[in-house]
Design a binder for this molecule. Structure first.
Ligand code: G3I
Length: 469
C-alpha cells in the first residue's frame, strides 16, 4: 500500500473533520508502511506537503498535455487534484443537442485515477465555450436544455469527482448578473435550479459556484456573498465557492483573507481554483521573487482560513498557461518554467506548507551526465552525454545546468540552448526527443570564456538532479 492510496480517502477538509492529530496519525501510518527511503521524497512534494496540512494542491490539464512526459511527470507527482482545463465544458461535452462526448474528459479522468489524483469538474453552466445551439434556443427551452446537460454530464461521472463547478462566472464586475442565455431565460433562479439538478444526479460531489475578481471585497464579491447567503438560507445544495485567483504580480487584494473568511462563515467551503500570477515579460529576478512572495501569501491565506480546502494552479508550467495568449506581453504565471523546472514560487509555496529543503525531484526522471571540454585561449567546445538512469521513457527532455562565470554559448548542436550564460537549459530537438531507460544522447556547444574552462555544474533533467560521471 502506498502513501497515496492511504491518503486519498482522507477528505481535504480532514483538519476540520478529524483535527490535526488525526491527519498526522494517518501520515505517520503511511510513512511506516513505505519501504525505507520513500517517505522523505514523498513528503517533499507540494501534494504531500499540502495533504499533511489537510489541504489539496491541484493543477489544470488539457488532453494535449497528456502527450508531454515532462509535464505529466510533474503533474502526477506534485499535484493531488486535477481540473480538466476545457474538456468538461459544454462545447466539448454536448456540442449538439443531446449528443454527448465525454471521451476527451475521460482521458484526463483516467490520468488522474492512474496517479491517485482527485478531480474537480469544470464546468456545467457558463456563458463561454457554450455551443451556439444553446445560446440561440428560445428562452422557453433553455431550462430543459440546462437540466438535461447537467443531469447527463454529472451522471456520467457520478461518484468519481470530488467537486463540480456547477455555475461559472455568473456576475458582472458591478455585481449584477451577467445577461447570458441562462439568466435571460430564467432570471437568477437558474443558479438554484442548476445546483438542485446537479445534486440529484450525484449526491456525493461537492457543488461549487466559481468566479474571478471575487478574491477581495468589492461589488462583485458582495454579490456572490449575498447569493450564497440567500441560497444557503433556502436550503439549496451549495457546498463551496471557488475563487479563481488570476492575479497580477504584486496585486493580491489586501482583503483576500477577510473575504474568504466571510464566505466560510456562511458554512461553505472555499477553494482557490485557478491560481496564476502574471508577470510583465521579460520576467526579471526581482519579479520572480515578488511572485514567490505572492504564491506564499496565497498558501498562507488558505492555511489561515478554516474552510479553505485547497489550491489549484491553472496549468502546470509557464508554457501551458492561458496568460500569454490572452494578455500579450504577460506570462511566467505559474510555479514551473517552460522546461518544468521549479521557480522561486514553487519553493516559496512548499516552504509556506511547511517544507524546508527546496524543490523536490520529479520521480521518473533520473540521470547521469558526463562532459568533455576542449579549450583554447578564449574559446572552448564541450560535448555532453546524458543518460536516462530512470525507469520510464522520456518523450521530451530538458537538461538544466549552470555555466561557469565568463562562459557564453555561441553555437550548439543536437540540442537548443537558452540563455547563453548562467542558468542554461538544453532542450531536445525533434529527432532526439525520446530517451528510453538506460539510453544516452549527446549534444554539444561552443562558447567564449574569460579564463574558467571548467565543466558546467548542477545538472538537472526535467527538474530532477543528475549525478555526474
Ligand atoms: O478547440 C479550438 C481549436 O479547434 C482551434 O483550432 C483553436 C484556435 O484558436 O481554438 C481551440 O479552442 C480554444 C480552447 O481553449 C481549447 O484549446 C479556444 O480558442 C481558447 O479560447 C480556449 O481557451 C480556454 C479559455 O478558458 C476559454 O475561455 C483556455 O484554454 C482555458 O484555460 C480557459 O480557462 C478559463 C476557465 O475555464 C474559467 N476561468 C478563466 C479561465 C481562463 O480564461
Amino acid at each position: 500500500m502506498s502513501v497515496r492510496t492511504l491518503r486519498i480517502p482522507l477528505p481535504p477538509y480532514a483538519r476540520r473533520a478529524f483535527g490535526a492529530a488525526s491527519v498526522t496519525a494517518v501520515a505517520a501510518l503511511a510513512a511506516a508502511l513505505l519501504p525505507t527511503g520513500q517517505a522523505g521524497a514523498a513528503d517533499s512534494t507540494l501534494r504531500s506537503l499540502a495533504e499533511s496540512k489537510g489541504l489539496y494542491f491541484g493543477t489544470a490539464m488539457t488532453q494535449g498535455d497528456l502527450n508531454n512526459s515532462a509535464l505529466t511527470a510533474v503533474a502526477g507527482s506534485q499535484f493531488g487534484m486535477l481540473t480538466p482545463g476545457n474538456e468538461m465544458k459544454w462545447d466539448t461535452t454536448e456540442p449538439a443537442r443531446d449528443s454527448f462526448n465525454f471521451a476527451p474528459a475521460d482521458r484526463l479522468v483516467s490520468f488522474a485515477q492512474a496517479n491517485s489524483m482527485r478531480l474537480r469538474g469544470h464546468t456545467l453552466v457558463w456563458h463561454s465555450q457554450l455551443p451556439s445551439w444553446v445560446s440561440s434556443l428560445p428562452t422557453t427551452q433553455v431550462r430543459a436544455a440546462m437540466e438535461n446537460h447537467i443531469t447527463k454530464e454529472v451522471a456520467h461521472y457520478k461518484g468519481r469527482l470530488y467537486s463540480w463547478d456547477v455555475v461559472n462566472e455568473p456576475f458582472n464586475e458591478d455585481g449584477t448578473f451577467r445577461s447570458d442565455a441562462f439568466y435571460n431565460a430564467m432570471g437568477s433562479g437558474f443558479v438554484a435550479d442548476a445546483l438542485r439538478t446537479a445534486r440529484a444526479a450525484d449526491p456525493t460531489a461537492r457543488l461549487y459556484l466559481n468566479d474571478y475578481n471575487i478574491e477581495g471585497q468589492n461589488p462583485k464579491s458582495d454579490a456572490m456573498y449575498n447569493l450564497v447567503k440567500s441560497l444557503r438560507s433556502q436550503g439549496v445544495p451549495l457546498d463551496g465557492v471557488g475563487f479563481q485567483a488570476h492575479f497580477v504580480l504584486g496585486q493580491i487584494p489586501s482583503t483576500f483573507k477577510a473575504n474568504l473568511q466571510r464566505f466560510a462563515a456562511l458554512g461553505v467551503n472555499v477553494a482557490i481554483t485557478e491560481l496564476d500570477d502574471r508577470i510583465q515579460l521579460p520576467a526579471t529576478a526581482s519579479a520572480l521573487a515578488q511572485q514567490a512572495s505572492d504564491y506564499a501569501a496565497v498558501v498562507r491565506t488558505c492555511l489561515a482560513v478554516t474552510g479553505c480546502v485547497g489550491i489549484t494552479q491553472w496549468g502546470v508550467g509557464d508554457s501551458d498557461s492561458w496568460i500569454p495568449g490572452t494578455f500579450p506581453g504577460y506570462g511566467a504565471a505559474t510555479m514551473y518554467d517552460a522546461n518544468y523546472r521549479p521557480k522561486p514560487a514553487y519553493t516559496a509555496s512548499a516552504t509556506a506548507l511547511g517544507g524546508g529543503s527546496g524543490p523536490s525531484p520529479t520521480p521518473g526522471a533520473s540521470c547521469k551526465v558526463s562532459g568533455v571540454v576542449n579549450a583554447w585561449n578564449s574559446g572552448l567546445t564541450e560535448d555532453i552525454t546524458l543518460t536516462n538512469t530512470g525507469s520510464t521513457t522520456l518523450n521530451g527532455w530538458s537538461l538544466a545546468f549552470t555555466l561557469p562565470a565568463g562562459q557564453t554559448v555561441t553555437s550548439s548542436w543536437n540540442a537548443s540552448l537558452t540563455p547563453a550564460t548562467g542558468e542554461v537549459t538544453a532542450g531536445n530537438l525533434g529527432y532526439n526527443s525520446t530517451l528510453a531507460p538506460g539510453a544516452s544522447t549527446s549534444f554539444g556547444f561552443q562558447a567564449n570564456h574569460t579564463g574558467d574552462t571548467s565543466l558546467p555544474a548542477s545538472f538537472s533533467l526535467n527538474g530532477s538532479p543528475c549525478t555526474t560521471a
